[in-house]
Design a protein. Structure first.
Lengths: 276, 549
């Protein structure tokens, strides 16, 4: 690690603030979702009015993996949650040992979780397995690619959060960081949205060079176009909620209203143009 | 008849089938030249070799594929269980076995990609490690991987739907640039050893599909995207193969399942399977049972599979005869409440108010007006017959029913609600969610009737698994403390087959949908009465009336 990086890290990252934010998130009340209720039904045959009493009486009897299966949908850090941690992380990150320490400290605090269901409040000890998974998925020890730190422009919390995705840390991706960052930044106010697009693009298509980026972006735009044309022709080849939203969902860009698919095509083509 | 001898052989899929011939057949069909083909020795004998569906390539269908974010995966196996196409599979692999296999991948980036498909889960890794720390003789943990077979995936996204807030799966656009990665990773999956028995969590029935030997429905069937029937078939086959290997058989009544399950030259089944006429599958099964018993195969389960038409309508008499015979035959009813295969005609399982062919929603009659036939209850009234009414996503309830049916020495009927996307008018990724809501809304209550549990219906019938089993409707409480019942109408509102009964705001516009709701409530109360479950809502009404009097 370079001296510059280390100094940045020690200057910017505030582990105490991170701990406070994580603790606040883990102990905030959360309502049982349909997914959790479905799991209770499918795996434990717990139904309707039995749920609250069962959670109060039986959670302690479950094995750790069963707690993980049951509660993880409630305790998976959302992107918005991870963005909040960026304020405490700055451009640095925690060391893996610091993350282990954080987990240990939180364990010793014997935190409680508060589950809400049908107007009832269920307070139970926060299972260790839930705490550990949450902290690991918060990416607190995921460094920003060094190439991104050398970028002179500002990196707002949302952009930093995307850059912590391991898709950006792959060897091939790191070589692309400067040009991709520059391309996304050239989109002005849409910079974070383009970073989201590029994070998904790197993860799913794994380009190894700038040339491949251009080709792969073109292929992606063509794939979206083919689907749109098929959809507009009235062929119902597939239909799931996500795709329906992509076709019917409206996206407002500079006053123009477009579908998500149209937006994806526009973004892929804009990036291809800049990178060509 | 001349005397024949049978030579016992063990076949693999490759032995059973001439793939060159398959290419020739498909090419001819695609070009419209099928009639010029040479006579086929398999067709001549009405045979399709077992498991050939594995060779079918659907990669031209799905515009999107599911992508795994392994760090968020907990190994719940819901995606694997609910996939109708055997297109997403899981494997638990000890770390050293995986690392050894990865060394054989030359491309560094692809090696990293394959490695990224494995998760450190508490279910398969850390819980094992913690136990092992206390007792070194216990088995080591394993990494858990999820793999997508792009030649089988049709892009329904049911796996993403059930993964939900775990956030471990999302659909991504398929392009020429990411398809090779999927294919390469699936090759690695195929080359890895079967998940060890110690890594299959016995009490989590969803782990049945972690055992490769239980994947006796190999996919490659022509079912629609997200088909609820196919998921249920896979589950039945996994649970039965777990105990009996391939020593069991299927008699499949003509219907959707035989069309998508036997499109020459593709056969998704690895167990003996036969397709009789629409109306006589139970009779056919009785013959096979007699034959197997005479051959000393009394312990081999025999399943009869059929839909509404085969079991409730034209084949109802044959089913009733089977159940009365007391023969050891299991019946799986894929209850789609419509004739799915022939284009959505009304069956006697169709709900009141449902818009189906022959009961079209029109100006004078807004959908079907007859009540629904309750096959489960009718089957209960046959001599010593085990009956379960269940849905696939209620994994514990479902698998317990299948296991008990297989153990039961006598006839057993498993009636399963299965979503038919085109006829129900629901999204391709909603088979599981709609089935669960059908249970909660009393559209399709679950129950188990085990005649060996006692002498009375009350002793034998269990309504366990139904939310709010002592109420008319299950009551959900809102965040603000107010309550709302989950009614049949709440469920009907979510399915296209009832859409003409609602306005744009979701308000009911016909009397018939209210009648349908009353009919469902009567059915539910009848079940409560038979099971000896006191309905607290009815009791309160009766007490109020008594007090007023």
């Amino acid at each position: 690690m370079s001296t510059r990086k280390r100094s940045l890290k020690t200057l910017k990252t505030r582990p105490d603030a991170v701990e406070s934010l994580v603790c606040e998130e883990l102990t905030s009340p959360r309502a049982l979702t349909t997914q959790v209720l479905d799991h209770l039904l499918a795996a434990h045959e717990v139904v309707g009015g039995e749920v609250v009493d069962w959670l109060r009486g039986k959670l302690a009897e479950l094995e750790s993996y069963e707690l993980d299966l049951l509660l993880s949908p409630l305790f998976t850090p959302a992107f918005a949650t991870r963005v909040r941690y960026e304020e405490a992380l700055g451009k640095g990150c925690l060391d893996p040992t610091e993350v282990d320490d954080l987990i240990r400290r939180l364990e010793t605090r014997e935190l409680s979780m508060t589950l809400l269901h049908e107007g009832e409040q269920i307070e139970e000890p926060l299972p260790q397995v839930v705490l550990e998974r949450f902290v690991r998925l918060a990416h607190l020890d995921s460094p920003l690619p060094e190439e991104a730190l050398q970028d002179s422009g500002p990196l707002v919390p949302e952009v930093r959060c995307y850059l912590r995705d391991r898709a950006w840390r792959r060897l091939q991706s790191r070589r692309l960081v400067p040009s991709l960052l520059q391309a996304a930044r050239s989109m002005g106010d849409d910079f974070p949205e383009y970073m989201h697009f590029l994070t998904d693009f790197l993860r799913s298509y794994r380009p190894r060079s700038r040339e491949q980026c251009v080709t792969f972006l073109d292929n992606l735009a063509q794939a979206y176009k083919a689907d749109l044309e098929k959809h507009r022709s009235g062929v119902r080849s597939f239909f799931n909620q996500e795709l329906q939203a992509a076709y019917a969902g409206k996206w407002s860009v500079d006053g123009d209203v477009v579908t998500l698919h149209e937006r994806m095509i526009a973004m892929a083509e804009a990036l291809r143009k800049v990178l060509s | 008849m001349s005397e024949r001898t049978f030579e016992e052989k063990t076949f693999s899929v490759d032995d059973w089938f001439d793939f060159g011939r398959a290419d020739q057949v498909l090419d001819a069909y695609n070009k419209g030249g099928g009639s010029a083909l040479e006579a086929d020795p398999y067709v001549a004998r009405s045979l399709i070799p077992a498991g050939t569906g594995k060779a079918r390539d659907f990669s031209y269908i799905a515009p999107e594929l599911p992508e795994l974010n392994a760090e968020a995966c907990v190994g719940c196996m819901d995606c694997v269980t609910n996939c109708p196409d055997t297109a997403i599979l899981g494997k638990a692999v000890p770390r050293d076995v995986l690392e050894e296999r990865l060394q054989h991948i030359d491309d560094e980036d692809h090696r990293a990609y394959v490695r990224e498909q494995f998760a450190d889960t508490s279910k398969y890794l850390t819980s094992f490690e913690k136990k092992r720390a206390k007792n070194p003789e216990l088995p080591e943990g394993a990494l858990f991987g999820i793999f997508i077979d792009p030649t089988k995936c049709k892009g329904c996204a049911e796996c993403v739907q059930v993964c939900g807030d775990h956030g471990a799966l999302r659909m991504i656009k398929k392009t020429p640039d990411n398809l090779p990665g999927f294919l390469g990773a699936f090759e690695v999956y195929n080359s890895l050893p079967n998940t060890r028995p110690e890594h299959r969590i016995v009490k989590d029935k969803r782990d049945l599909m972690l055992n490769d030997d239980n994947l006796s429905y190999v996919g490659g069937a022509g079912s629609c995207m997200g088909c609820g029937e196919a998921s249920v078939l896979r589950q039945v086959m996994a649970a039965t193969s777990e105990v009996y290997g391939n020593n069991w058989g299927i008699v499949a009544a003509t219907g959707c399942n035989t069309v998508y399950g036997s499109t020459y030259p593709y056969n998704p089944f690895l167990v003996p399977w036969t397709n009789p006429l629409f109306e006589n599958a139970p009779a056919d099964a009785m013959g096979i049972r007699s034959c197997w018993d005479a051959m000393g195969h009394e312990d081999w389960p025999l399943w009869v599979i059929g839909g509404d038409g085969a079991m409730l309508d034209i084949g109802f008499q044959s089913l009733s005869r089977l159940l009365t015979s007391g023969m050891n035959i299991k019946v799986l009813v894929l209850d789609t409440q419509v004739y799915s295969n022939t284009g959505g005609q009304t069956s006697t399982a169709t709900y009141i108010g449902q818009d189906a062919k022959m009961s079209y929603h029109g100006k004078k009659i807004p959908g079907k007006v007859e009540g629904r036939k309750e096959l489960g209850m009718i089957c209960m009234m046959h001599p010593r017959t085990y009956v379960a009414q269940t849905v696939g996503p209620m994994a514990k309830h479902f698998y317990n029913a299948i296991e008990r049916a297989n153990e039961f020495r006598g006839p057993a009927v498993i009636n399963v609600f299965t979503t038919c996307q085109p006829e129900h008018g629901v999204a391709d990724d909603m088979a599981g969610a709609q089935a669960l809501l059908a249970v909660e809304s009393r559209a399709f209550p679950v129950f188990v009737y085990d005649p060996d549990k006692g002498d009375t219906i009350k002793q034998c019938l269990s309504l366990a698994g139904n939310p709010g089993a002592t109420r008319d409707w299950n009551i959900r409480r809102n965040k603000d403390g107010t309550q709302r019942p989950v009614t049949f109408i709440d469920w009907a509102r979510t399915e296209g087959r009832f859409r003409k009964h609602f306005d744009g705001e979701g308000q009911t516009t016909t009397e018939l949908i209210l009648t349908a709701q009353e009919e469902r409530l009567r059915n539910w109360r009848r079940l409560q009465e038979l099971a000896g479950v006191e309905n607290v809502d009815q009791k309160a009404i009766a007490e109020n009336a008594e007090n007023k009097a």
